[in-house]
Write a protein that binds this ligand. Structure first.
Ligand code: APR
Length: 311
């Protein structure tokens, strides 16, 4: 029997998630949006692509939540994307009310689901989804880390002329310009990056990664969707196939990395139980300081949330 996943938001990211997940063949997909006909049209198109590509799950588009009942995973992508000149944090007030409303509606029909948040500002929106759903931290986490790491790994593959498959890297911290690429844990085919690339070039690649989302926004006028959609599907696989993947994930920290009561990106084990374990890396003093600075930036955005209205 196939699993069932709900994707809220049938825009650029949500429809990419729906397509990526449908192609994996393990789950039926329900795509929800407030715009009439949009999720229905996207679902029809994705179903018909199955005839060409050979996948068989049912993709349903809807403007309500009845069809979402009993979902194993709920992916939240609804909300405004960035435009050029905006930071992710500029979206906080608009997207808080959207994420709160869709969380409430979705969990009412799927009380046992695992929620994966994508809407920005990501770390703050994870707080909203957790507060509104009342779900434990294991069942509410965010997408960002795999995407940020994918950007870092891509740039390293280009720099070293190596396959991206052989680049291992971790990016930690908030999903903002203060994110921390952990150079000490970055290798190419097992060889430390620092042995292959000059410190100066590494610093440039780290900086390009930190503003990697903005680079796409400046080119497209809106935020990215292919890599974010693929990154979400990777986490959906980890949960629904109980893969125990250890991947960068926006997790609710309670003392790990000396941070308490805050969502931040860290390596975490994902499986059938959701976020099953936060993995603590040995950071250099410099990396630890940068991680805490990123935490301060996340706290500033979380402080802007109207927490009373989302509890
Ligand atoms: N319920 C359901 N869908 C909604 C709601 C709501 N209350 N409010 C907005 N939406 C839908 C919009 O109608 C739109 O179709 O969310 C969709 C968002 O799609 P896009 O505008 O294409 O945005 P997208 O690029 O997909 O980004 C969505 O993900 O990566 C983040 O920063 C990005 O926060 C943004 C989110």
């Amino acid at each position: 029997m196939r699993n069932k996943i709900t994707v809220v938001g049938a825009g650029a990211v949500g429809s990419t998630v729906a397509q990526e997940v449908a192609r994996r063949d393990h789950s039926h997909v329900v795509l929800v949006d407030i715009i009439e006909n949009l999720p229905q049209g996207k679902a029809l198109d994705i179903n018909q692509a199955g005839a060409v590509l050979g996948y068989e799950p049912t993709v349903v588009g809807t403007n309500g939540y009845e069809e979402t009942a009993g979902s194993d995973v709920i992916v939240i992508t609804s909300g405004k994307p960035r435009s050029p000149g905006m930071s992710r944090d500029d979206l906080v007030t608009t997207n808080q009310s959207i994420v709160a409303a869709v969380t409430e509606a979705a969990v009412a029909h799927s009380p046992g689901a695992i929620i994966i948040v994508v809407t920005n500002p990501l770390d703050a929106m994870c707080h909203v989804a957790k507060d509104v759903s009342g779900f434990p931290k294991e069942r509410v986490f965010g997408q960002a880390g795999v995407l940020d790491t994918a950007r870092f790994r891509t740039f390293i593959a280009w720099e070293t002329g190596s396959s991206v498959k052989d680049v291992q890297a971790v990016v930690l911290g908030g999903h903002g310009d203060q994110m921390v690429a952990v150079v000490s844990a970055t290798t190419v085919g097992g060889v430390p990056l620092t042995k292959l690339v000059s410190d100066e070039r590494i610093a440039e690649i780290v900086q390009r990664t930190a503003v990697g989302g903005g680079e796409v926004v400046n080119l497209l006028g809106t935020s990215a969707w292919y890599a974010p959609g693929a990154a979400v599907a990777n986490k959906v696989d980890a949960v629904l196939l109980d893969q125990k993947r250890v991947v960068p994930t926006t997790a609710y920290l309670e003392g790990e990395y000396e941070i308490d009561g805050l969502y931040m990106g860290v390596p975490a084990k994902l499986g059938a139980g959701g976020l099953e374990e936060v993995v603590e890396l040995d950071l250099t003093d410099e990396e630890r300081a940068a991680f805490h600075k990123s935490g301060d930036a996340v706290r500033e955005v979380v402080a802007v949330l109207d927490r009373d209205s989302s509890e």
